[in-house]
Design a protein around this ligand. Structure first.
Ligand code: GDP
Length: 320
């Protein structure tokens, strides 16, 4: 695999960045990446030109406009358009250029709001979606189904991976638009530094979420692109979940914040529980390796290094 020409779409994002790091660590020589200034994946003609010129042998589609519950709910038009356009242009251009293999990345928010727990791959399209991230989910479902249909009709090996909530280096620490884990790391850190007596956590604290370190996901992606007969779509997670209230206490402990925690129930909870059934990917020989507390401590250290170097914590490029 590492001797092939591999195009990582979305290399400036958290997932694409982790995949490129891992590929380079394995000694890959031909990792293709393109900045948005040279390749806008929303522009079909540009994507076709890029593929015709570069002729990658493997495409890892990690480009996405992403955000937490607030961003998804506030910008649904941008979330559906950008994600649909990027997926459709990339998948079709890859097919036209004769790319034999493509891995499409989605998210477990593609599953119904009230899916059975842990969520099996078979839960897809069995009942209504969670409304707070419906736009993003619909775009990702379309991409996953495109890969399935292109594989079925054209015989290309296009397949998908559906990671659970991610954390780790390269995350977006925007106070409103980020996901819960980076949002809380930042909020508790700032509260510690400013000696604030109370930190507010959104929602009831009761929803349960599962967290996967992005380096574990990168390993899973490179594992999946080497399988001879991968599943059309497969969950990537840890199979273990935690209540948001417990997550808040854990983050407070890692950060060293000793004040009060309160919950703002005027903010939405979103899906009540999200925990993936990972038996399918386990059967193919992959397991997560990074323990949650250790991963969280490392992530906080990365965050602090950003602060120490005086760098402003940047917005995710997807939302900037
Ligand atoms: P989701 O998994 O798609 O719902 O995405 P999020 O990571 O944005 O939210 C997960 C859960 O954490 C939801 O129940 C949120 O209400 C809750 N939450 C608590 N505090 C925060 C916060 O500061 N930011 C975000 N994004 N979510 C929070």
């Amino acid at each position: 695999m590492i001797e092939k020409r591999i195009f990582v779409a979305g290399h400036r994002g958290m997932v694409g960045g982790a995949v490129v790091r891992r590929l380079k660590g394995l000694g890959a020589q031909s990792v293709l990446t393109a900045d948005r200034s040279t390749l806008d994946l929303c522009r079909q003609a540009d994507v076709e030109r890029y593929f015709a010129a570069e002729r990658p042998e493997i495409v890892i589609f990690a480009a996405a406009k992403v955000g937490g519950i607030h961003a998804n709910h506030t910008y649904p038009a941008q979330f559906i358009y950008d994600n649909l356009a990027m997926a459709s242009n990339t998948i079709h251009a890859a097919y036209q250029a004769g790319v034999p293999r493509l891995l499409f990345l989605g998210s477990t928010c593609i599953y119904p709001r009230l899916a059975p727990q842990p969520i099996p791959e078979s839960a897809l399209l069995t009942s209504p979606l969670e409304t707070t991230n419906e736009a993003y989910a619909l775009a990702k479902i379309a991409g996953l189904k495109m890969c399935q249909f292109y594989r079925q009709q054209y015989g290309v090996l296009f397949h998908s991976a559906m990671p659970t909530n991610l954390y780790g280096p390269g995350d977006n620490y925007h106070p409103q638009d980020s996901h819960v884990l980076p949002a809380l790391l930042r909020r508790f850190h700032e509260a510690k530094v400013q000696q604030l007596p109370v930190v507010t956590v959104w929602g009831s604290g009761r929803p349960r979420r599962e967290f996967l370190h992005v380096d574990d996901l990168a390993a899973a992606i490179l594992h999946l692109v080497q399988l001879d007969n991968p599943p059309d779509w497969v969950n990537v997670g840890t199979g273990v979940d935690i209540a948001i209230a417990d997550l808040a206490h854990l983050v407070a402990e890692v950060v060293g914040y000793t004040g009060q925690i309160e919950f703002d129930t005027s903010k939405p909870d979103g899906t009540p529980v999200k925990r993936t059934d990972i038996s399918l990917i386990q059967q193919t020989g992959w397991n997560p390796q990074i323990d949650f507390r250790t991963g969280l401590q490392q992530t906080y250290e990365d965050f602090l290094q950003g602060q120490v170097r005086g760098l402003e914590i940047p917005l995710s490029p997807a939302l900037a």
